[in-house]
Design a protein around this ligand. Sequence first.
Ligand SMILES: [Zn+2]
Length: 276
Amino acid sequence: MNAIAEQLRKSGRTSIYQPEQEGLIYPEEPSFSSREEERRHLKERLVGACRAFALHGLDYGFAGHLTVRDPIDPSLYWTNPMAVHFADVKVSNLILADHEGTVVEGDYAINRAGFVLHAAIHEAHPDIVAMCHAHTVYGSAFAALGKELLPMTQDACAFYEDHVVILDEAGQVAVETKAGHKVADAFKGVKAAIHQNHGLLTASRHSIEAAAFWFIALERCCQQQLMIEATGQVPKLVTQDRARYSREHVGSEYIGWLHFQPIWEQLVKAQPDMFS
Ligand SMILES: [Zn+2]
């Protein structure tokens, strides 16, 4: 068994994508010698996630917030600065905030609506380490329908029985703490949520890379379902057994992380200022 397969076995994960041949180039999950090293890594990947959102056109003014739990003080989380374009986020302008929305490190303000949602979900679910939310064209349009994503494609199966539609506080901007708690309650045991009349949210118990990739994927699935439904034809759905099988193989946290790796590598080459 090679190192990657061994790593997957130890972590209890298996993947149909793991290489069986030794000595080939393949992404490996990081390990850290200190919490400080892990923190630097997480901050860089959070910046990478923001830059990826910019590349995918997921910005809308100052809306949109990505968070990752701090490895040194898990009651705090790092997030993107208020009113800074995703393309301009870098390690040095990230902010560290607590669950009350107080900035404890960094020069920029925090997005209040963002902290209400993210703080409530991070607080209610200690296992969640990263979250993404943005007001996107297709995700927000699909959210107006107030219904689940259907297993119309193999990619959409990643979300089969692994997302919820949240009706609470639909369409009302979340600036009150109780609104955040209602949304947090609905976020049990799933990696994604469609908030009616609002937009998409994803969460990860693994990494910011997984949360970011599943957000990009969910936006794409919403676009595809809208396109399919716009034909007026009845789509052929993936059967329940196959959808569950596909979700287990293409919808895991590890696969989300793995999908993000080529995006990260491209960003490292094209946007080295993100490390500044
Ligand atoms: Zn929002």
